[in-house]
Design a protein. Structure first.
Length: 336
């Protein structure tokens, strides 16, 4: 009997209502945190769709403002110092641990914050950088790159490349890591592609935490984890709007916007992290697969029950401790 391939490809599966319990396979800390999280409201999130520059700025301010308290709490608990600086006209923050591991004495972690390319402006963008500096006991330089609505693509990419090239004057490429989570993870991948294009030495290692590598709604987890991911919740609405705001008039599948459509030849060793409830699970898996096919050394850490970036937002959880311990071991293996 012949199968109608086209009909089969176009057909979808209707998965009926199901009850998703807190993940029994996750740590007690993570499971309790998830159990205490109200069920995400997909429809409400889909209605968050700013249109004008003023509406976007209002949403950004409203979202970022409460993070200041979390930053102060983290600083009070972390033996690190944070100093404002500027490199080649780009604002940066130098995050230094109270004690540097001698093995990292000559290493530098160049951090690029996430936030859908629109959030975490200024100092609130250094929170994961603080965790990395403390857990890995190495100096971190966080780039406060330009973002929409004032500065769409390629402004942020240009800032990251500019800062990195300036750092090469005092730091061998093999001694530096370029890393970030979410949009930051996507941006460090596009920056690496750009460095290869320019013939500039790429860093010794990359950290791509649940990277936003496809700004289109492509990948199973955009569907299967909608309403399951407790942070991102859904692509429709704010996330889709941010994707188009960042890209401006460019195609979302431009490899310098969505790096999963690019080539990964000549990329340095890369450490990736995601979770089974992550809306970007497919982004991370597809990127890892393409990297391995290109011959890149790429390690992938996948946690049960973890939503987008939970390893950073639940810093006392075993999942968080393991993430940065494995990241540190990875860096020690590959940095020179």
């Amino acid at each position: 009997m012949k199968t109608n391939i086209n009909k089969t490809q176009d057909a979808g599966w209707n998965i009926g209502p199901q009850t998703l319990l807190p993940p029994a396979g996750a740590s007690d800390v993570m499971r309790t945190s998830i159990a205490n999280t109200p069920q995400p409201d997909v429809e409400a999130m889909q209605q968050v769709a700013p249109r004008t520059k003023e509406e976007w700025l209002a949403v950004i301010t409203e979202t970022d403002a409460p993070k200041e308290d979390g930053l102060q709490t983290l600083l009070a608990q972390s033996p690190v110092s944070v100093q404002n600086d500027e490199i080649a006209g780009v604002p940066v923050f130098k995050v230094n641990p109270a004690e540097v591991d001698p093995r990292h004495e000559n290493h530098l972690f160049v951090y690029v914050h996430g936030g859908a390319y629109i959030l975490n402006r200024g100092k609130v963008g250094v929170m994961e950088a603080i965790i990395i500096a403390q857990r890995c006991q190495m100096p971190v330089l966080s780039i406060d790159y330009r973002m929409p609505p004032e500065h769409p693509f390629p402004a942020g990419l240009e800032d990251v490349v500019t800062v990195y090239q300036h750092l090469l004057k005092d730091h061998p490429a093999t001694s530096m890591t370029l890393g970030g989570t979410s949009a930051g993870g996507g941006l460090i991948l596009t920056a690496t592609s750009k460095l290869n294009e320019l013939g500039v030495d790429v860093p010794g290692a990359l950290y791509a935490g649940t990277p936003w590598t496809d700004l289109t709604k492509t990948g199973d987890s955009y569907i299967t984890n909608e309403g399951v991911d407790r942070l991102l919740i859904t692509y429709d609405g704010l996330l889709e709007g941010a994707a188009h705001l960042y890209a401006g008039n460019k195609n979302l599948k431009d490899p310098l916007i969505s790096p999963v459509y690019g080539k990964f030849h000549d990329f340095p060793p890369t450490f990736l992290v995601t979770g089974t409830r992550d809306l970007f699970l497919s982004n991370t898996a597809r990127t890892h697969t393409k990297m391995r096919a290109a011959g890149v050394v790429a390690d992938l850490l996948v946690f049960e029950g973890v939503s987008h970036g939970d390893y950073a937002f639940e810093p006392t959880s075993p999942e968080s401790l393991q993430t940065y311990a494995e990241l540190n071991a990875f860096l020690l293996r590959h940095l020179q």
